[in-house]
Design a protein around this ligand. Structure first.
Ligand SMILES: Cc1ncc(COP(=O)(O)O)c(C=O)c1O
Length: 400
């Protein structure tokens, strides 16, 4: 976002799909008036997103990344449509299994796991795990003997607004050795995974990653280790303030790269979307608690909300994710503000440098809506920082 540019953005609300979803969410808000702060999720949009992805990439088995929004209604909706789940912890596994999701439809994709959690997952029937180093392979061999395993590659992730580089993945040169090590310990090497970074705005990032994965497949084949599964990770974007390429551009790049690099022997594909499925389906409603000028009469206007970095808006850290904002005065005269959360912590600032402008008429008690806030909001909230409860999620079917 350019300095001085308003965050509040009627244009973003003009997307036809968003307008229809917002109309349903507004209907729900009018009829139920849930206390703020809250996240409201339109399950119809989640379903539409699933259908669009299914149609664009029919070759890929979809595993929803539970971390994006683990609300039971979201999980039930997606599992009912046939998705598997990408899970990060025992907590997510327990939640999915309790909802009746089959263990064979779960992929334990976190590369950093407690050995006891691997053992529990294996005992529950989960058979697919990810790793990116020898020590994790050895944990898996001890705690999940015979399991199928994916080796996660480190990829560049340029173009991601929420990058996932450095912390995860091994090089394409190391991966074949790790997969052979896994085989030697009795695990069953399945294939390769990667994540090109969340809110990835550049479809060509998949091309580089798929090319690197193909090199690992070829090296493994030469070493007598057969692989048959390519996990395309997450990264498909939601529509925040800055336009992103259409889904078709991502699907075309992915399929063309698979054709190019795996000529004649394409592996099975899986994809782990989180943000793409849940992000645009949700709205976070906050209320203005206080408006003050700091630094004297000439100072900046600070607007304090009942939601902030620690209860739902974690991804505004570093002002990375720019949610479109909505108030009932949109279009009226506005002024740049510092937008902040309710805790006694000076890091609890939502937008400062981003040049967030809000209407001058905005007053204490008014609502501020963060659009496209269905992913990585409620699931990211702290449990009780400053005694504020985790933000509530309300999922609804149209007309409820
Ligand atoms: C292993 C894994 N898969 C999938 C995802 C989902 O990514 P996204 O929400 O960008 O689709 C994540 C996100 O952190 C992840 O860590």
């Amino acid at each position: 976002m350019r300095p001085g540019q308003a965050v509040s953005d009627a244009g973003a609300a003009a997307l036809p799909e968003r307008a229809a979803s917002l109309a349903r969410i507004d209907d729900y808000l009018t009829r139920h008036a849930p206390p703020t702060p809250c996240v409201v999720v339109d399950l119809a949009t989640i379903r539409q997103r699933y259908m669009a992805l299914r149609a664009a990439l029919p070759q890929a088995d979809i595993y929803y990344a539970v971390k994006a929004n683990p609300a039971p209604a979201v999980l039930r909706t997606l599992a009912g449509l046939g998705t598997g789940v990408d899970v990060a912890s025992s907590g997510e596994i327990d939640r999915c299994l309790a909802l009746g999701i089959a263990a064979r439809r779960c992929c334990f994709g976190n590369t950093i796991k407690h050995e006891r959690d691997i053992r529990r997952a294996h005992a529950a029937g989960i058979g697919l795990f990810a790793f990116d180093c020898a020590a994790e392979v050895e944990k898996l061999a001890r705690a999940a003997p015979g399991a199928r395993v994916l080796c996660r590659l480190a990829v560049r992730g340029n173009g991601a607004e929420w990058p996932l580089t450095r912390k995860f993945g091994c090089s394409a040169a190391t991966a074949p050795h790790l997969l052979a090590h896994a085989a030697s310990l009795g695990l069953r090497p399945a294939g390769v995974s990667f994540h090109v970074g969340s809110q990835q705005t550049d479809p060509s990032q998949w091309a580089g990653a798929i090319g690197a994965a193909a090199g690992v497949f070829a090296a493994c084949a030469r070493a007598g280790v057969g692989l048959d599964l390519l996990d395309l990770g997450g990264g498909l974007p939601a529509q925040y303030r800055t336009p992103v390429p259409p889904l078709g551009a991502y699907a075309e790049t992915i399929l063309a790269s698979v054709r190019q690099h795996f000529a004649g022997s394409a592996p099975a594909l899986m994809i782990e979307p989180g943000r793409y499925l849940a992000g645009d389906a949700g709205l976070l409603r906050a209320q203005v608690l206080l408006i003050a000028r700091h630094g004297g009469h000439e100072g900046r206007r600070w607007v304090y909300l009942d939601a902030g970095r620690y209860n739902g808006l974690a991804e505004t850290q570093g002002e990375r994710i720019h949610y479109p904002l909505r108030t009932r005065y949109d279009g009226a005269a506005s002024e740049p503000v510092v937008l902040a959360g309710p805790t006694c912590d000076s890091t609890d600032i939502i937008y400062d440098r981003a040049g967030c402008a809000l209407p001058l008429e905005l007053a204490i008690g008014d609502s501020v809506d963060f659009l496209s806030a269905g992913a990585y909001t409620a699931s990211y909230a702290s449990v009780e920082f400053n005694g504020f409860a985790p933000i509530a999620t309300h999922c609804f079917e149209a007309g409820e």
